[in-house]
Design a protein around this ligand. Sequence first.
Ligand SMILES: NC(=O)c1ccc[n+]([C@@H]2O[C@H](COP(=O)([O-])OP(=O)(O)OC[C@H]3O[C@@H](n4cnc5c(N)ncnc54)[C@H](OP(=O)(O)O)[C@@H]3O)[C@@H](O)[C@H]2O)c1
Length: 335
Amino acid sequence: MNIDEKYMRECFALALQGKGSVAPNPLVGCVVLDKLGNVVSKGYHKKYGSNHAERDALLKLKNNEAEGGTLYVNLEPCSHFGKTPPCVDLIIERKLARVVIGMKDVNPLVDGISKLKSAGIEVDFVLTSEAEYLNRVFIKNMSQKLPYVVLKTASTMDGKIASHTGDSKWITSSEAREEVYRMRREFDCIMTSSNTVIADNPTMEHRFKCILDKDLRTDKNAKIYKQGEIYIASKENTPLKDGRLDLKAVLSELYKKGIYSVFVECGGMLAGTLIKEGLVDEIYQFIAPKILNDNSGLSCFNGDNVSKIADCKRFEIQEFKKIGTDMLIVYRTRV
Ligand SMILES: NC(=O)c1ccc[n+]([C@@H]2O[C@H](COP(=O)([O-])OP(=O)(O)OC[C@H]3O[C@@H](n4cnc5c(N)ncnc54)[C@H](OP(=O)(O)O)[C@@H]3O)[C@@H](O)[C@H]2O)c1
């Protein structure tokens, strides 16, 4: 690992300290070296509306130890007045010689790179795809005005989520189910369907839950309604597409409500439509080492008839690990 990568990875770790408090802003960390290469300050964006990482780091310096030094930051420094003044102005004022950036900002208002270069500051990039993955929620929010969508499935090795009788408990181990409870907390909202509420009567404990229920078929005494804020998407408040709720319209409505990330827990029908419509950013697939071998069992993706393998939706494996007796595979949409 070279020096630039080392300090950029440190920026990522600092940035992650803001997770859960900065949305809809990005996760940003910053490391400042003096002209001899010694670390003289570090900072990160702590919460929405607070100082950006570069400002947090530079304002900690009493004398100008940063003069002639290098500043590492995982996102292009801002050049516009938002909730705080432009970071590029402070970097120029503090006479940094070099700025190493992870990724360009997708916010069209930001043009920090040209401003830094015009001031004679050398600008380099490092670990761009890692920096983009770190801020995947921010990038999706900014560029599409939609929440980041993660679909969770838990299936047997032959891709089944229930037998033909509807029996679905339990496919995965208690450790995998604990991991799902932990994962839920990382998202602004859980989304599920009328069918899943009717079949499983889950609680899905969370501060905000979205239930897709076109004809309001779910029982309001179901466990899911007993806790958290609930948004029911039905034909009363959502346009229809092919006779079903328009899922993109639901996501867009959630975004307007300040929901920046969604964790979907559903059966094959909804999962299949979300995939078909290209609305999923990542899949967390738990696979239990079991084979149901029931042709009429429910599949985790229940789509249309597709004739060619070339028409597969494609993903990249981001990560895999064993949890309890099961495997968790994290897939990212291939662009
Ligand atoms: N293993 C797992 O990870 C997991 C997780 C959850 C559930 N499950 C299992 O999944 C089974 C239910 O699966 P399922 O396939 O019947 O149901 P599903 O995929 O959970 O939900 C389908 C329902 O979602 C609603 N929906 C609204 N808009 C939609 C759209 N645009 N496209 C598709 N659906 C839309 C529809 O109901 P409306 O017409 O009422 O809106 C539709 O009938 C249950 O047995 C449950 O145990 C498994």
